[in-house]
Design a protein. Structure first.
Length: 90
């Protein structure tokens, strides 16, 4: 199933995780306090951050966005030109 930004956000958390594993393309990882945050891209033109609490050893939440401006925290790790993203689809 091809997800849109809004259809993904409407899913329960467990279904979001399933969608990430099935269709998300892993791009990068960053760290924020106790969380490891993995960044995924979906062909529907949006990004998903998956937050993992390293101390509790649990996946805690997702954050979605469509703007490449939100990728600043990953600027060291990824090259947008290599992603071949359609700027209008983001």
């Amino acid at each position: 199933m091809k997800y849109t930004h809004y259809s993904f956000r409407a899913l329960p958390f467990a279904d979001q995780l399933s969608a990430i594993w099935q269709e998300g393309v892993f791009l990068a990882c960053r760290y924020e306090e106790e969380d490891a945050i993995n960044l995924y891209h979906f062909s529907g033109g949006f990004f998903v951050e998956l937050y993992y609490d390293q101390f509790a050893n649990t996946l805690v939440r997702t954050r979605t966005f469509t703007s490449i401006n939100c990728l600043e925290d990953y600027a060291v790790s990824i090259n947008l030109k290599e992603l071949s993203l359609d700027q209008e689809g983001i």
